[in-house]
Design a protein around this ligand. Structure first.
Ligand code: PLP
Length: 388
């Protein structure tokens, strides 16, 4: 008997994430250096872990309010105001979620009617397309180009607009390219949003990790807060991936709609993790700065070295990913990643898993120790000798 017949068409048609295939391959091998994973190599700061432990010792083991602990929402509002110059009300405009992943899910489900089109600049985070499909919508890829440093331009939006276009999923800094849109570039997108009455889902999960210019948060632009759902969290900047804690902030009409989904599907985010997050926001920002300094140093070294080895790569302004071109090798990104893993035991992610426009590139995370990066680069340079 095949149980597949019970599956919904939408789920049957979803492809598993291409990243997993490489994790699985690498997991069965010894001595692999992984530049594949998208997470900090730091352990969460001790004071944050201690606050979580203390909450357990004190017996705070029940549900919180659906939207999350009021004290945490107050801290999130303060943080967003101070750091990104945006004001939200903690009472009805902020929801604490299970990672930015769940924030994306409830945001998309709250705005999407069947067959609504959501614009997604590619290459992009692997979850975006599937989450739009699961919400009943149609993901519409916008193909950004390497020569524009994979930045989204107004003409990409203009060319994709139809009468079914509902919104745009914007990710800056970007996973996988590390591209950061500056204020002027975001303002051009804001004009498009206004012209075509789009709702913007601004995924700013990497906002803490920008290295060259002051960061502009999309809802801080004039007139944009009212049409933006801001998505962020603790995973990347605060090195808290395993805590599964994020948040979403939006005008009350949108937040309260997302809260309905959240309360039925999730109830609330993990209580002990919320206590840790309060401490992270109150006393953890200096540690974030230290981690950022270290990523910046590694970025500069890693990207310079890739260019020297013959893998051209622009300097990414944020996140912890380099996205070099492998066009010189004549291999597809899948072939490159597979051969590099099998021949030199270095795991990277082939660019095509982030969308068609990622073909010809690989994603390397430089959130590894300098020693590991040095060794990975040594192995990659040996591999590149095949193509000279
Ligand atoms: N958004 C982007 C762009 C990401 O890269 C990731 C994780 O890799 C997420 C969201 C999900 O983050 P979280 O761990 O908070 O669910």
């Amino acid at each position: 008997m095949t149980q597949e017949r019970y599956l919904s068409k939408t789920v049957s048609q979803l492809k598993p994430s291409g990243i997993r295939k490489f994790f699985d391959l690498a997991a069965g091998m010894e001595g692999v250096i992984s530049l594949g994973v998208g997470e900090p190599d730091f352990v969460t700061s001790w004071n944050v872990r201690e606050a979580c432990i203390l909450s357990l010792e004190q017996g705070f083991t029940s549900y919180t309010a659906n939207a999350g602990l009021a004290e945490l929402r107050v801290e999130i509002v303060r943080y967003l105001q101070k750091k990104f110059n945006v004001s939200y009300r903690y009472e009805d405009e902020v929801i604490v979620t299970v990672g930015a992943s769940q924030a994306l899910d409830i945001a998309l489900r709250a705005i999407t009617d069947p067959l609504d089109e959501i614009l997604i600049p590619e290459p992009c985070f692997v979850s975006y397309g599937p989450l739009v499909s699961l919400a009943g919508g149609v993901p519409v890829p916008l193909h950004t180009k390497a020569e524009d440093q994979f930045k989204l331009l107004p003409e990409h939006i203009e060319a994709a607009i139809t009468d079914r276009t509902k919104g745009l999923l914007l990710c800056s800094p970007s996973n996988p390219t590390g591209a950061v849109l500056n204020k002027k570039e975001l303002e051009q997108i804001a004009e498009m949003a206004e012209k075509h009455d789009l709702i913007i889902l601004a995924d700013e999960i990497y906002a803490e990790l920008t290295y060259d210019e002051a960061y502009t948060s999309f809802p801080s632009l004039k007139g944009m807060q009212e049409r933006t759902i801001l998505i962020s969290g603790f995973s990347k900047g605060f090195a808290m991936t395993g805590w599964r804690l994020g948040f979403v902030a939006a005008p009350a009409a949108l937040s309260q709609a997302m809260l309905k989904i959240h309360q039925y599907a999730m109830m609330c985010a993990p209580t002990m993790a919320q206590f840790g997050a309060i401490e992270a926001l109150k006393n953890g920002l200096q540690d974030v700065e230290q981690m950022k300094k270290s990523y910046r140093q590694r970025r500069n070294y890693f990207v310079d070295s890739l260019n020297e080895i013959g893998l051209p790569c622009h300097l990414p302004g944020g996140a912890f990913y380099a996205f070099p071109s492998i066009a010189n090798t004549g291999l597809s990104s899948e072939e490159f990643a597979e051969r590099l893993l099998l021949e030199q035991k270095v795991a990277v992610v082939p660019g095509h898993v982030f969308g068609e426009s990622g073909e010809g590139f690989i994603r390397c995370s430089y959130a590894s120790s300098l020693e590991q990066l040095q060794e990975a680069l040594r192995r990659i340079s040996i591999f590149m000798k095949n193509f000279q």
